[in-house]
Every structure is written in structure tokens, then in C-alpha cells.
Write a protein that binds this ligand. Structure first.
Ligand code: ZN
Length: 221
């Protein structure tokens, strides 16, 4: 049964997941990214447990990678392409100035697939930086997050994942895992920090958001 966006009601109304993913991938190329306001970003996801056969899972992961790179972005979660599965991809090879690398811990993050990820903070340190989301295009806001997290789950081959992430990669894995729980970064953001991409480029490109905090009137950890 074809999946029409206007026919997407409760899960039981919809075609089986694998069928819908097949359909989604039929067009080839980057997938359409769902924008905030679509309930699929709020419903949460089901754990991956073989709903997609290995070949289809591999094709889906590849489509997530192509879509993330085309956007471009440093992470993409399955619900952002309309699929309620606990799967995300991350990759950050963006060259950044040395002072930004130092201040934000923005070190290169190679491509990774996160299957059924969950995270918990390591230590009590929180750090705040501007952050954006492909599902909230045009805007960024400051989010305070644990500086270091322990991420558990699996990779795309089913191998166990248990790893500590720090710096910008820690921010990316938190942001993407949150998507899988129906949480957007705006839920955690300092609302007074909300800035257009243009404002961030023109005013708040400093390595840290201290100047923005003073000028816009929000708290930092
Ligand atoms: Zn996002």
C-alpha cells in the first residue's frame, strides 16, 4: 500500500516499516528532510530489531549518509526522513579555525552509524554553544549540554557500542540521540539565544557564546 503523507495516522494505519523504507529509497539520491512541526519528529522511535533486512538496512544507512552530506549536516536521525526507527548517522569533517577547535572541542568525527543509541553524562561539567538542526532550518540557539557522555548501543553490523564522547562529537551524539526520543534541541535551548543563521554569522561567530549571552540576556552554565 502506498504511503501518502496525509494518510499517516497511528502506526497501525501505516504500511509496514520495511515497505515504507523501500518506497522512500526508490527515488534514489538525498531524501527530503522533515521540518519541525511534523509529528514524526515528536513521536519517538522503535528500537531497531531487524525490521529492515540487512540489505535494506545498508541501503537506508547509505541514504542517511548521502542526505546528511548533501544538506550539509554533521548528523541525521531516521525520524528526520520520516522513519520511526532508532538509527542515526554522524560525521563531522568540517575544517574549523584553531581557536574554535580549542574552545568547542570540535575535532573531526569520522562517519559512524548509531543503532539503538542511548547516552548518559560522564561527570558534571556542562558546556554551552550555538547549535542548529536540519529540521529547524535558518535558526540556531545556545544549548547547555554535558561536556562528556557515555554512548551505548550498536553499530550497523550489530556490534556493541560503548564509548565515551567528548567535545563537539559529544554534542552531536546527544543531539541525534535526542531526535530518536522525539526531542528537538530547541527543547533544551536558552530561548533568548535564538538567532538567525545570519545573526550567528555576523555577530556570534566567536568561539564561545559569552558575548551573545551578555547582549541577548541569557545564562551560561
Ligand atoms: Zn537535528
Amino acid at each position: 500500500m502506498p504511503c501518502h503523507p496525509d494518510a499517516m495516522g497511528t502506526p497501525s494505519d501505516r504500511a509496514p516499516l520495511a515497505e515504507r523504507v523501500e518506497e522512500l529509497l526508490a527515488g534514489g539520491g538525498p531524501l527530503a528532510i522533515v521540518a519541525a512541526g511534523d509529528p514524526v519528529l515528536r513521536r519517538g522511535t522503535e528500537p531497531y530489531d531487524g525490521q529492515l533486512a540487512p540489505a535494506l538496512l545498508a541501503r537506508f544507512v547509505e541514504a542517511l549518509r548521502v542526505t546528511m552530506r548533501a544538506a550539509p549536516g554533521v548528523g541525521l536521525a531516521a525520524p528526520q526522513v520520516g522513519v520511526e526507527l532508532r538509527i542515526a548517522v554522524i560525521e563531522d569533517l568540517t575544517p574549523v579555525p584553531e581557536e574554535v577547535r580549542q574552545a568547542r572541542g570540535r575535532v573531526p568525527q569520522p562517519f559512524r552509524v548509531l543503532v539503538n543509541p542511548a547516552y548518559e553524562p560522564v561527570g558534571g561539567t556542562r558546556v554551552a554553544f550555538f547549535e542548529g538542526c536540519l529540521s529547524v532550518p535558518g535558526w540556531q540557539a545556545v544549548v547547555a549540554r554535558p561536556a562528556e557522555v557515555r554512548l551505548t548501543g550498536q553499530d550497523e553490523h550489530g556490534h556493541a557500542l560503548d564509548e565515551v564522547f567528548t567535545g563537539w562529537p559529544a554534542r552531536i551524539v546527544q543531539h541525534e540521540t535526542d531526535h530518536l526520543d522525539g526531542v528537538l534541541y530547541l527543547d533544551r535551548a536558552e530561548s533568548r539565544s535564538l538567532s538567525s543563521n545570519q545573526a550567528v554569522t555576523e555577530r556570534w561567530a566567536q568561539p564561545t557564546p559569552e558575548e551573545a549571552a551578555r547582549a541577548l540576556g541569557f545564562e551560561l552554565p
